[in-house]
Design a protein around this ligand. Structure first.
Ligand code: SF4
Ligand code: MG
Length: 330
């Protein structure tokens, strides 16, 4: 079956002091119906920016999609008009953010916020939208939803607010749900409940999920396939179980084996150049030719600093971009 979502050669650039800096580079991947894809990497690797690109929400200016294609079904999203994107966003692709308190509007009840999304996209009447809000609160496991629908965000716990965010994201039964570190702010027990909820809703709706995380435990437990990003590029991809058992890329090995530091002091610890902390990699890492990981890599070779490694694919849907794996490695 053809993929539901197909991203090809996506490059997102930010213009800073007159220079274009690519924060996501030549990124290609597919997502199939019902599948869960993990995107892993440390803060600033481009994973959140990839999510924003899929949502049509790259802050412009200073950012823009410089090239590439994002196809959802048979619709191309990169060139689509904003009006068209607004109809896709929330209805066919939606997103759950990390911090529910900043994503929910404090002056509206949670019921109003769910209902608003339902009205905007599904054309429901006020009454129908409110009923739908109650139904969604019940679906995401909020007790006494008829009463809670009238609550304001501050009246709910962090875990309940995250459930409300999921309710908003799922109210239109999107084909793709993007979750960016959705449980980072929550304690471990609530985290587990939220992930159970994800699985249950995904089974019920056959939603494809893109789960952005830095937590390998979450990858192992929740995802079918994983993609590792470093300095805006995909450096490894494969089935989650194979990946966790035997990561190939030196950076990915470091992540999985929880090596706290690969070399004593990474010389390229990203200097915050951009105004969006955590979203974009350091300028140095981006500007460097060759493999951006080279300064931190225990196995770097001379070629690594000169040329970005070709992508080597192996059976079972695995691929890695590293000179160690490339044919004819010097
Ligand atoms: Fe290390 Fe070279 Fe592979 Fe980059 S390409 S991860 S520097 S061995
Ligand atoms: Mg992020």
């Amino acid at each position: 079956t053809p993929p539901l979502l197909s991203v090809r050669d996506l490059t997102v650039a930010f213009r800073v002091r007159g220079e274009d800096a690519p924060v996501v580079r030549d990124l290609s991947f597919d997502l199939h119906e019902g599948e869960t894809l993990g995107i892993v990497g440390e803060s600033g690797c481009g994973k959140s920016m990839t999510a924003l690109a899929l949502m049509g929400l790259v802050p412009n200016p200073p950012g823009r999609i410089a090239s590439g294609s994002i196809r959802l079904g048979d619709e191309e999203l990169v060139a689509a008009a904003e009006a068209r994107l607004r109809r896709v966003r929330g209805a066919r692709i939606s997103m759950v953010f990390q911090e529910p308190m900043t994503s929910l509007n404090p002056v509206f009840t949670v019921g109003e916020q769910i209902a608003e999304t339902a009205r905007a996209h599904l054309g429901l009447s006020a009454r129908e939208a409110r009923d739908r809000a109650v139904e969604m609160l019940r679906l995401v496991g909020i007790p006494a939803p008829e009463r809670r629908v009238g609550d304001y965000p501050h009246q709910l716990s962090g875990g309940m607010r995250q459930r409300v965010m999921i309710a908003i994201a799922l109210v239109c039964e999107p084909q793709v749900l993007i979750a960016d570190e959705p449980t980072t702010a929550l304690d471990v027990t609530v985290q587990a409940q939220i992930f159970d909820l994800f699985r249950e809703l995904q089974d019920r709706m056959n939603t494809a999920v893109i789960l952005i995380t830095h937590d390998i435990g979450v990858v192992a437990e929740m995802t079918d396939r994983v993609m590792v990003m470093y300095a805006g590029r995909k450096v490894e991809e494969g089935p989650a179980a194979d990946f966790v058992a035997a990561p190939r890329h030196p950076y990915a090995r470091g992540l999985v084996n929880c090596v706290p530091r690969l070399v004593a002091d990474p010389p390229d610890v990203p200097e915050p150049l951009f105004e969006i902390p955590g979203l974009v990699p350091g300028a140095e890492a981006l500007a460097r030719p060759g493999c951006a990981f080279a300064p931190r890599c225990p196995r770097a070779m001379p070629v690594c600093g000169r040329e970005f490694p070709p992508v080597t694919a192996s059976p079972g849907g695995r691929s890695v971009a590293c000179w160690l794996d490339a044919e004819g490695a010097r």
